[in-house]
Design a binder for this molecule. Structure first.
Ligand SMILES: [Zn+2]
Ligand SMILES: [Zn+2]
Length: 238
């Protein structure tokens, strides 16, 4: 497997429906030989998700663990078709990065136009550098429009390893990601792999995503996870 050195999409107990601690995720990331681990708890609109205060207190967490560097962010919820998020700029600017995603408990699936508008508007938020799991047939998207917007706004589209798992609640991820990735190749747009792990054993395990990328002969230089320096492209510049 290609060496993937970072995983920026992971959850802990604090997300409400994940089952490992941050320490356990850090241990798993080190065992896998990751260089960068990102903590991306669900935003506060998610049932059982942490309070905004949780995200404003990240400065208490040490960031270096041997060769592993930790970044602390959020998987914010897109709350409407205008692409609003469930955290404001005051909180977002206090953390390292922000993934924005649509979840059925927060925003009901809309038409292709509505879902695409919600996603593109969320990507226009200067704190959003990753669009989470744009791969779900329950939220159909115009992939050409999405990929072109990602290029213009310099936002990374996520290839979510959990979506490709046979037990995933998200639907049609293989076909949707093939379409997304072909558009990325056509327009030279980079993607980021995320495990979306809700248990420590999944941290850094990109087996499904890697298989799909190989099948498509997707260029390595368009995968942010292959180079630790490319973390700069998805974190807040301060
Ligand atoms: Zn999500
Ligand atoms: Zn997630």
């Amino acid at each position: 497997m290609t060496a993937y050195v970072m995983d920026l999409h992971t959850h802990t107990l604090a997300s409400g429906h994940a089952y490992s601690t941050l320490q356990e995720n850090i241990g798993a990331a080190r065992e896998r030989g990751l260089q960068i681990l990102g903590l991306s708890e669900h935003g506060p609109a998610m049932a059982g998700g942490p309070d905004p205060m949780y995200f404003r207190n990240y400065q208490v967490i040490p960031r270096q663990y041997g060769d592993l560097k930790l970044y602390c962010g959020v998987e914010a919820n897109i709350t409407d078709y205008e692409g609003h998020l469930d955290l404001d700029a005051f909180t977002l600017e206090r953390m390292d990065y922000c993934i924005a995603s649509m979840h059925t408990l927060i925003v009901p699936p809309g038409s292709v136009r509505e879902n695409t508008r919600a996603s593109v508007h969320a990507m226009e938020n200067p704190y959003v550098k990753i669009l989470g799991h744009p791969d779900d047939s329950r939220y159909p998207l115009d992939y050409e429009e999405l990929v072109r917007a990602a290029a213009e706004l310099q936002v990374a589209l996520e290839v979510n390893n959990s979506s490709l798992h046979p037990l995933s609640v998200r639907q049609g991820a293989h076909e949707n990601l093939r379409l997304l990735l072909r558009n990325c190749m056509r327009y030279g747009v980079s993607v980021i792999l995320g495990t979306d792990s809700h248990f420590s054993s999944a941290v850094g395990d990109f087996t499904q995503a890697d298989r799909l990328l190989r099948e498509l002969d997707f260029p390595r230089e368009l995968i942010i996870n292959t180079d630790p320096d490319r973390i700069k492209e998805v974190v807040n510049h301060r």
